[in-house]
Design a protein around this ligand. Structure first.
Ligand SMILES: Nc1ncnc2c1ncn2[C@@H]1O[C@H](COP(=O)(O)OP(=O)(O)OP(=O)(O)O)[C@@H](O)[C@H]1O
Length: 827
């Protein structure tokens, strides 16, 4: 058998060598194109320059792909029977292909009923397609319709596939092959020799591998039910549900690569993948480059969807529940209008007037603080643990709204008092237009009121003269610095951050949240907004505020010219350089706020406000939404579902369910199923595809020393697995757990120094979303479950992270029995 294996490896090696020879030829071609393009740069006509840019762009992309060091560049092969004429299935894949009549023949001797056939075609599958010089395929791109049978064929429905082979290689060397036989009843021949079968199949080989801190692609072992999702047509909404470990994240990533391959032009508009945490972004972001796709896909954590924000702080569950709820929408709308008038009551009460007068005090500086200030205290983000409220944003100079406007025009002193100003503001604010876009309207209303007061309106009966007089009146006033300073203070340009800061004032928030939030909620939300860092839930509020406020139109800055060129007149002679195709692509990617396709991972966790934020990024997009309601950490799934439906609109949905758990061995999946039964009675868990024979371990905190027990149990797991260990604790303990694992304040015994603690990670329960480890230590199930209304579902997530071993550590609160099994996990 070893001989056969070696022989089969050398057969694949020969093929790989041929592929590399061809790739080298293609690299030379691409280099030639680049050089040729460089030469054309000598020719200066605009047409030639544009053509050169386009050519360099294409050749550069090509070279980049070919030079990319693909590990296992070639990974698959299928051996096929002679087929009927191929027909495309509804999704573009050749699934309907069946063997041709007579492709399989019965034993000529009649003997034991065995069947025989000849292999008519062999296809190699890889990360990108490579054609030979005569255009015959040496490697087929895994996303091409012809590659679909590699994934879709099963022994139940084999189609033309007799043998599916996964080829393992590193660089240019083939290391091994694993075969699955799709038609075991058949004796097949290739070039007159019987087709050999090597190994136990690729899936089991892939699943048994140790995990690292980044996810691997599954391109060599995608299963049939997953392939249906990956290749589903992109129209409307593709909706995928499946329990933990069913490959939802993997499928979502492969789908992005598939869509790009299938319609690159359409998806030049960008694909956005929304992920729940920065940890999951970091874990998954290597998958697309390994599939040969980069650039057009943005993977963003839900706390980083607004440019320039990277929120990692979590609000306490009570605060998150309010901030995530769609009740906030009305509060924000009121706040965005109310923030214009910050501290009006306070300043009126103290008799203060920040009015701008023609020769009197000016409101200078009034606009610098508070709502209009982009540098308001929240900009100063730093990491805080869940539940901590952090330092108060004190010491900020409060912006006060001027309560009087005095100007001198046409030799008369004119004045608008607080009541008048307030009426003008109300008139300007009527309607739903974005607040920042209403400033010109407010300015116009002020001028109208001053004009009325001036009495100049009746001076001329001739309409032309009257209009002239009015426009010189307006000019007179608006050219005064004091009027402009007043306007800036009275109707400042608001920023989302500024309004959020204004909402940290409990009295103000109370006004804006009247009959929407109760006083306790107002207090908590205002307090949470006074901390220095943005929370993950604040980001959706910022985004909502941005759309409520609007961005005032600013004339585009004129290109700056070199003063010397201006002096010498050279600027007239120098043609302005056209933006190159490359620069344009980069600029568009940087400016992109809407996408052609949006993929939402862990969709069950999006709050209503987050759905609104994500929805704004895909107003004209097609969608792939993957999630598992049983893992939802949001307390009110019905409210979130309504917001989701609003974001997705009336687009039709195509639903898929994934049913097999590839991550957890049966021993761990069975334990997790007990919590699922409590968290969502009646729902079924996915079936685990393998078992290890290793039961979960139940440990109990020793000597009431939680920290030391955590470290001991983590060390024990480190010794038992080759890859990573995740220690999952309640959110309130995440920083404490990191200190325990670092050994702070504990004497570290000599034996421990040799352990590789870099393989261990401490995680708050909400951060464990989507991640996986070789081994997991779940600390105090009761603590995790009690932390929020969705606590049992969060615990279910924590228990389903391990690919090999699981330890559950219980404290007193878990009420462990004699075996250490906590109350929540008993029968
Ligand atoms: N066809 C496959 N071949 C090999 N490995 C697979 C396959 N499908 C899934 N896996 C592996 O199973 C694990 C779980 O996959 P993934 O994280 O995508 O699941 P999930 O459904 O998103 O889980 P969760 O809901 O818990 O976040 C990953 O390690 C993934 O690589």
């Amino acid at each position: 058998m070893a001989d056969v294996r070696e022989r089969e490896i050398s057969v694949e090696q020969e093929h790989l060598d041929q592929v590399y020879r061809r790739l080298e030829e293609k690299i030379h071609e691409a280099e030639f194109l680049m050089n040729d393009a460089a030469k054309r740069s000598q020719v200066g006509t605009p047409g030639a320059l544009a053509e050169r840019d386009a050519q360099v762009f294409r050749a550069g992309v090509h070279l980049n792909r070919l030079n990319n060091e693909f590990e296992d560049f070639l990974f698959g092969r299928i051996d096929l029977l002679l087929g009927k004429d191929g027909k495309k299935g509804p999704d573009g894949a050749y699934t309907a292909v069946e063997p041709a009549e007579g492709a399989v023949r019965a034993d000529p001797e009649g003997g034991d009923g065995r069947q025989f056939a000849d292999i008519a075609e062999t296809l190699h599958i890889g990360r990108i397609g490579v054609l030979d010089a005569d255009y015959s395929p040496l490697v087929i791109d895994w996303r091409a319709p012809a590659a679909a049978p590699f994934y879709r064929s099963t022994p139940v429905d084999p189609g033309r596939v007799v043998r599916r082979r996964v080829i393992r290689s590193k660089g240019r060397k083939v290391l091994g092959v694993e075969d699955d036989l799709m038609r075991p009843e058949l004796t097949a021949f290739l070039d007159g020799e019987e087709l050999p079968v090597i190994g136990d199949g690729a899936l089991m080989a892939a699943l048994g591998q140790a995990r690292s801190h980044s996810m691997r692609d599954i391109v060599a072992s995608i299963q049939a039910e997953q392939d249906l999702v990956i290749r589903a047509p992109a129209a409307s909404v593709t909706y995928v549900e499946g329990g933990p470990g069913t490959g939802k994240t993997a499928v979502a990533l492969h789908r992005a690569a598939y869509l790009l391959y299938q319609d690159r032009r359409r998806y030049a508009g960008g694909i956005l993948i929304v992920s729940p945490t920065p940890l999951l972004v970091a874990y998954t972001e290597g998958v697309l480059p390994s599939l040969g796709e980069e650039g057009q896909v943005a993977i963003r954590a839900v706390g980083s969807l607004v440019d320039g924000t990277e929120a990692t702080v979590y609000d306490s569950p009570a605060v998150a529940r309010v901030k995530g709820s769609s009740r906030m929408l009305k509060v924000l709308r009121r706040a965005a209008r109310g923030a214009l008038e910050r501290d009006a009551t306070a300043s009126a009460a103290s008799g203060g007037s920040a009015a701008s007068t023609a020769g009197g005090r000016s409101a200078q500086g009034a606009e610098r603080a508070g709502a209009a200030d982009p540098q308001a205290p929240m900009a100063n983000a730093h990491q805080l643990a869940f539940g901590e409220e952090g330092p108060e944003a004190g010491g900020e100079a409060k912006r006060t709204t001027p309560t009087r406007l005095r100007v001198v025009a046409f030799g008369r002193r004119l004045e608008l008092d607080a009541d008048h100003l307030s009426r003008i503001r109300q008139t300007a604010l009527s309607g739903t237009a974005p607040v920042n876009l209403l400033r010109p309207r407010a300015r116009k209303l002020l001028l109208d009121a001053l004009w009325d007061q001036s009495g100049a309106a009746g001076r001329h009966s001739d309409p032309e003269l009257a209009a002239e007089l009015r426009s010189s009146f307006d000019e007179d006033i608006t050219s005064e610095d004091d009027f402009l300073t007043f306007l800036d203070a009275w109707w400042p340009e608001l920023t989302p951050r500024g309004v959020l800061t204004a909402m940290s004032d409990e009295r103000a928030l109370n006004r804006w949240a009247r009959r929407i939030l109760n006083p306790g909620e107002v207090r908590k939300v205002a307090r949470s907004l006074r901390r220095a860092a943005l929370s993950v839930h604040d980001v959706a509020l910022l985004d909502e505020l941005q759309s409520i406020l609007g961005t005032p139109h600013r004339p585009r800055k004129k290109k700056e010219l070199d003063p010397l060129d201006l002096l010498t007149g050279l600027d007239e002679l120098m043609p302005t350089r056209e933006e190159s195709q490359w620069e344009r692509a980069e600029r568009l990617a940087a400016e992109r706020t809407e996408y052609a396709h949006v993929i939402v991972d862990e969709a069950q966790d999006l709050t209503p406000m987050q759905w609104r934020m994500v929805g704004r990024r895909g107003r004209h997009a097609t969608w792939t939404v993957v999630g598992d309601p049983a893992q939802s950490s949001w307390s009110d799934p019905d409210e979130a579902a309504a917001a989701r439906d609003e974001a997705l609109g009336t687009r039709p949905r195509r639903r898929f369910t994934l049913t097999v758990n590839y991550r957890n061995p049966a021993e761990i999946a069975d334990l997790a199923a007990k919590v699922l039964a409590l968290a969502m009675p009646g729902s079924t868990s996915p079936s685990a595809v393998r078992s290890t024979g290793i039961e979960p371990r139940f440990a109990v905190v020793r000597d009431r020393d939680l920290g030391r027990s955590v470290r001991e149990e983590a060390a024990r797991l480190l010794d038992r697995v080759e890859g990573t260990v995740g220690v999952v604790v309640a959110m309130g303990r995440r920083e404490q757990a990191a200190r325990w694992l670092a050994g702070h304040g504990m004497g570290v015994p000599p034996g421990e120094r040799s352990r590789d603690w870099g393989r261990v990670v401490a995680l708050g329960s909400l951060e464990a979303k989507g991640l996986e480890y070789d081994a997991t230590l779940v600390v105090s199930p009761a603590e995790i479950a009690d932390e929020s209304p969705a606590g049992l579902r969060v615990l279910y997530v924590a228990l389903t992270r391990a690919t090999q071993q699981l330890t559950v550590l219980s404290g007193e609160r878990d009420e462990p029995d004699g075996e250490g099994v906590p109350d929540l996990l008993r029968e």
